[in-house]
Ligand binder design. Sequence first.
Ligand code: ATP
Length: 446
Amino acid sequence: MSITPATDDTMAKIVALCKRRGIIFQSSEMYGGINGFWDYGPVGVPLRRAVEQLWWRYMVEERDNVEGLDSTIICHPEVWNASGHLAQFSDSMTDCLACKKRYRVDQLENPGVCPSCGSKQMTEPREFNLMMKTFVGPVFDEEHAAYLRAETCQPIFVDFNTVRIATRQKLPFGIAQTGKAFRNEINPRFFTFRSREFMQMEMEFFCHEDESMEWFEYWRQERWNFYTKVLGLPENKFRIYWHEKLAHYAKAALDIEFEFPFGWGEIEGVHHRGTWDMQRHAEFSKQEKDCKYFDQDKKDSYFPTVVETSCGLDRICLMLLCNGYDEDTADTQKEGMDEDVRIVLRLPAKVAPVQAAILPLSKKLEEPARSVYTAVRKKLRAAYDDTGSIGKRYRRQDEIGTPFCITFDFDSVDDNAVTVRERDSMTQERIPISGLNAYLADKIDP
Ligand code: ATP
């Protein structure tokens, strides 16, 4: 991953829009905020949920060989000993003594020089552990220390055998879960890109060592398709970064990166984890049988090899916001004004917070317009807005990425049809109310 400092103000505009429209904003803002924590507002929640649902459908519900799990955020502290997090999950950081900025050593081109002020007064790298610590029970001492999970995958390894027995799955098969993860990041930045509390969506695929590279290739392709086909984002905004330095147990590892306004950043990792996790949990729990798989046909018992796909839900949402943010001035320019900027969020219709907005041309049309709204809302995320001029209402919807605006006018009462305006093409089409849901469904998921 290579992140370069922001060269334009696109990020500042996105952050401002997100706050103004209730998409994402700083947590505890009235107390001055807390660095690395973000709240999702009424428009952000449906976006994040829709992306999560899309992932779940694609990774779990549409497959026979992946099962779902929802484990607790706090688990037995030994889990994090076994995983190596307590000993090794740290970032090597260096400080600039001149401008006081702090950096992750692995993200600096030249760790001896400050990228901000050019000073060569950089401190020796120091290790910072990223685990968030808490206490379970009434006594706040080391014996009662516990940790908020730093990744969602460890409980998957721990629950492997319970899930396998319950579902009668044979290898190869996967277990997926989505949920919160916590990291005491030293340098939270780039809006939600590096947060301290964030959502992960991970899938651990258990297979035999001999087949593991074929599965690695398979999942690499599947995950690429998720971004470019399921979400439909442009291929040229993505690239694959192959890790050169691999953990001793891994055969391959890559990051899928997206081109953010601040540079290329990791969205997802696809990792070959060998038998490392299962072996470590066997060693630490002393429950080897729960960490091994017995192949009935071959009468062979072995530690499964794991291929992992691991992505950050908040980073995907940020990617969608960055990819979708657009400004145009063309057809909104008014007389006497130099420029009248229209902000449009070109979000994929599948995950847009509001997929269709019903806009009656007059408040007098409320009753029939609301009945259209009720019908559309049964199938889609919909909104109803009758305040302000139609132009202002279009603008409000454009800003939150609504792909379809439906105007109900005086003719609608007679011809039982409405006008559908598409956000991106700005074309308007007259559609019979009876066929509206089918028309929208086809446009949203062709
Ligand atoms: P980075 O190098 O950016 O710190 P990582 O390699 O530590 O990321 P993983 O441990 O592989 O990340 O986590 C998998 C995914 O979880 C990442 O691809 C990213 O999308 C997400 N993620 C990781 N850390 C954060 C964070 N601090 N804030 C938001 N998302 C994160």
